[in-house]
Ligand binder design. Structure first.
Ligand code: ADP
Ligand code: MG
Length: 293
């Protein structure tokens, strides 16, 4: 059995390298060899009307990228992707994730996808401010739909900030969300592999409402109680994920789903909990490929 571990060619950091190297090492211990490559070979080429299989010769691909064109192409060529293309696509876009999980019994903050404007010179419709204020109140949260590591998540305190953010984001996919005050500067990250919640940490920041480790949040091990387990496993199952990191907020009446990361870094979780996440993921991959699932 031979696998391809694929990274984004433009985004190389110690965390992305760690993911691939740790997975390759754990797969090797199971007798599975894997090549780590960057996707700078144009993996979605259509030639004479047909797709070229960029992963020919490999039994599976651990897709550590979010580029939906390459994931679509590889899957269309019959490659087993971890995660699968549809799951990657649903998680890449925060509004799409929330819409997919709506009506499925998943508690989440009140969420309003932003109105998309296609003309950068157009003025923001003035009526939308009061609608958002009525629905969400201040403070509220705005997020770009595509973003991670807390980079494009903003807290809005008043009308002036809302106007500015609407101007800035009007042509970018974005959403607005109720601010969950009980979760200010703290949340829970849970790793789910093959449908099982296997590791969790609470992340706390002393300096920011966003608790991302990359922004200074500090992780400590968190017990996975039954409610947390059920919520996270159901979410991963609905999205069809082999592997994910789920962010959970502390709502007044219990846990609330914040977002789902199909490519969650596991280094911080391994350090905080001592759980070998790469080994668990490698075992899931090897078992799924050998049983044809
Ligand atoms: N609605 C919210 N209320 C309070 N805090 C939030 C809310 N949404 C996000 N956060 C905080 O911001 C962090 C980053 O938001 P998240 O949606 O996970 O985006 P990213 O993909 O950038 O991590 C979360 O981990 C959480 O600490
Ligand atoms: Mg997050």
């Amino acid at each position: 059995m031979k696998g391809l571990i694929l990274n984004n060619a433009y985004y190389e950091t110690p965390s992305t390298s760690y993911q691939g190297e740790r997975l390759a090492a754990e797969l090797k211990k199971l007798g599975v060899s894997a090549d780590i490559k960057k996707n700078d070979f144009f993996g979605a080429e259509i030639k004479d009307g047909n797709l070229e299989n960029a992963a020919a010769g490999y039994d599976f691909c651990v897709y550590l990228d979010k580029d939906k064109y390459v994931s679509y192409a590889l899957e269309k060529c019959g490659v087993r992707l971890f995660n699968r293309h549809e799951a990657i696509q649903l998680c890449d876009d925060k509004a799409l994730t929330s819409l997919r999980l709506a009506n499925c019994g998943i508690p989440m903050p009140k969420t309003v996808p932003g109105l998309l404007c296609y003309d950068p010179s157009a003025a923001v419709l003035p009526g939308i401010y009061s609608v958002l204020e009525q629905k969400l109140g201040y403070p509220m949260v705005a997020k770009q739909c595509y973003g991670s590591l807390g980079k494009f998540v903003y807290k809005i305190e008043n009308r002036a900030e809302l106007e500015e953010k609407c101007r800035e984001l009007k042509c970018t996919p974005h959403l607005f969300q109720q601010f969950i005050s009980g979760s200010a500067g703290r949340d829970i990250r849970v790793i789910v592999i093959g449908g099982k919640a296997v590791a969790a940490m609470e992340r706390k920041s002393k300096t920011d409402f966003r608790s991302n480790v990359e922004l200074g949040g500090v992780g400590t091990p968190k017990e996975i109680d039954q409610k947390l387990k059920t919520l996270c496993e159901k979410t991963a199952n609905l999205l069809g994920l082999d592997y994910c990191g789920i962010d959970i907020l502390y709502g007044e009446e219990g846990y609330l789903l914040c977002e789902v990361n199909s490519n969650a870094f596991f280094g911080g979780m391994e350090r905080a909990t001592g759980i070998n996440v790469a080994k668990l993921y490698a075992e899931h991959i090897a078992a799924a490929v050998s049983s044809g699932l």
